[in-house]
Ligand binder design. Sequence first.
Ligand SMILES: [Zn+2]
Length: 119
Amino acid sequence: MLSPKKIEYFKGVVDARIAELEGTLEAAQRETRTDAARHADPADQAASEYERQAVIHKAAAARQMIRVLSQALERLRQGTFGECAACGGDIELKRLEAIPWASYCLKCQGAREQGQTPT
Ligand SMILES: [Zn+2]
């Protein structure tokens, strides 16, 4: 079980990360809006379309990450943070410090990555 101090710490980390990603998302949205009107040349348009796709991809990744982080925040609020979603055991503190939004312990994560069902 995590101490209230640790919970506060992780809340801060996750909150900061969400704010950062929201900034990325806003910048990406601004870019996709202004880009379309800027290029008249077809070659420029093709390049710009490529860039636009990259920005859209980046925005989608940021949005997905925000979702994962929000879930971690929810677990922090409900007091289930640090519990493995698969086996219900504690997620290693070292692992949480490296990846605060981790929802599986090392063993279960390893099993998932190998495509096995954790036991
Ligand atoms: Zn586990």
